[in-house]
Write a protein that binds this ligand. Sequence first.
Ligand code: NOJ
Length: 752
Amino acid sequence: MNKTLTKTFILLLVITAFSCKTESNNSNANTSEATTPYDAKVDSLMSLMTPQEKIGQTVMYSGGWSVTGPVVSSNNQKFIKEGSVGAMLNVYSVKGTRDLQKMAVEETRLGIPLLFGYDVIHGFKTIFPINLGLAASWDLEDIEKGSRIAAEEASAEGIHWTFAPMVDIARDPRWGRISEGAGEDVYLGSEIAKAYVKGFQGDDLSKHNTILACAKHFVGYGAAQAGRDYHTVNMGMDELRNVYLPPFEAAVDAGVETFMTAFNEVNGVPATGNKFIFRDILRDEWGFNGFVVTDYTAINELVMHGFAEDRKHATELAIKAGVDQDMMSSANREFLEELANEGTVNIALINDACRRILLAKYKLGLFDDPYRYCDEQREKEVVYKPEFLEAARKSAAMCSVLLKNDDETLPLDKNQTIALIGPLVKDKENILGNWGAAGDRKGKAISIHQGIQDYVADSKIIFAKGCEIEGDDASEFGQAISAARRADKVVMVLGEDYDMSGEAASRTNIKLPGRQTDLIKAIRKAVPNKKIILVLMNGRPLDLSEEDILADAILETWFPGTSGGYGVADVLFGAYNPSAKLPVTFPRTLGQVPIYYNMKNTGRPIPDHDPHEDYKSHYLDTPNTPLYPFGHGLSYTTFEYSDTEFSSKIIGFSDTLTVSATITNTGDYDGYEVVQFYVHDKVGSITRPVKELKGFQKVFLKKGESKTVSFELSAEDLKFYNLEEFTVEPGVFEIAIKGTSDFDFEQSFILE
Ligand code: NOJ
């Protein structure tokens, strides 16, 4: 039979099979077997596939358009034509993906379409603020909308699958990938995980503008020792179950279709070969039915970890642990068949993996039309739509955290002269942040300078760069000082390079790099009585202890994205009243790390009456408290919290408690407030954190307006893993509704 005839025959078989489901050969008895409308089609197709073709589906290669890992040369096109590739990463655009898709569809025996994956992390072309910044908005609707826009753009450029969201809890600012997640908190991180998944996958994967999401990196990646990327992770079950796993479970609950393995080991077993986390937890406990892809070359790395003897052994360990697709190791392609032939790997495991990947392709509609994501017209219409750029501007404003604002230094007055100083003032490259996907770091990005120009005449702006982000050159300090002297107010735009955070970008020093702190000092000395506003761009919490003394106002904008300059200027001039709150603690000094609000009390906490009392859990040289706590963020207005009330002081295990408080806007601006709901389980069979976020709401209040904000709490919300099982224990719980995590509890209720 020639190729065309073979394919027609196969197509008929696949269509017929739609109405007569064949027996599933899924071997994993423990996997919860959700039936899908595509099962019969998958069975039918698989009955025609050779073992090599099935293995081919479990293989992913890079097209090399972006470099997101060590460059590995491979003969991609030859392998695609042989039917030995199931997915590609790092290729995009209609033309780029169509060319490769054509090879898979027209030049292989079965014509199975490829899946195109890409790191669409905080936007595709229209880049939103980095994810840590997005988390600072505490705005689930906005995060979902941003990822919907990212999916619209990516899908219009041939992408079917994003390697996002990264839902790793991160509590160590040295770790560069802290920028890619939602910060330190379990509850906030879990809610945000769901918002991303919904945004990317939409309500129907078969629509051409939705893409598969991927929860990564399973698991513990954010707990790398000493904040060094890829480093060892060793944690007890309390931390694993109660802190690091929940955002992943939330992603499963939201219907995430894929998972990615982490590079790190978890308690001695590298994640990519870890049966406990993939088979026992992900599949058996959570009933995850999607497919698992490794991180980049992670199967090969099992050898370096000292867990596998060689790459063949690594291949065996990975598939046995529950890995379905091999990103860039070439291991499945080289060794799986041999392992199956010699009986080391049960062919049923290969069938399982292949089945899950094919199912994803069916769900996306790729068997109906492999080119459905390849429409030039749509590509032209969708990318950088004005409304997307406008949404990114709004996000940039919503994500900017006002850390400090003494004497109402901000907002700026349009009539005053501004000295605009710093290496990031005119920057269009760093402003997109790390993982800028296919975003344009030149023409399209709006610098802070451009944003400010939108508000004030050029004659009112005096620009001086002052210094570079890194390096030791202070030769331009003089020009900066002169600019400061001639202006009414000084705005300094300082921070990190975008590639100082992200993957393989850990730092042992979390201060502003280069001479930037010296630059502020020089300016403060030169203009002791002028207001200095520090606008920051950075991918991690920084040690700002000196800047906090030197500047009158500090606006943390993270890396605010394509429309960042406009959004940040909206905040600076008061068109948007800042509402963002920190999703992560800012330490006073690196020596306090890891520092996070929901810590344990220890047996020797510091007494309120004497923070220096001997033999207590503290430092000799620094207070325990952070510089800026989780949940902190100022507004141009002020909010007062009062009348916290409970529906009952005693609740049973099947009751729901309603807690409410009145929030009043007592200042001079209308604005949003992120109202936070905290609980403290006072005594447990294992110790519980001193505070836990259990809810939040973003409310809009006109000046003078009051609103009652209510939260509901059930016993289920209080459950935790007690080293044996998930449980809710009776007892006293402290409770509070506040605008920051920095407070003392005053009220309690009893669960009995
Ligand atoms: C390695 C990163 O750890 C992962 O997050 C990313 O998705 C892959 N490279 C693919 O680029």
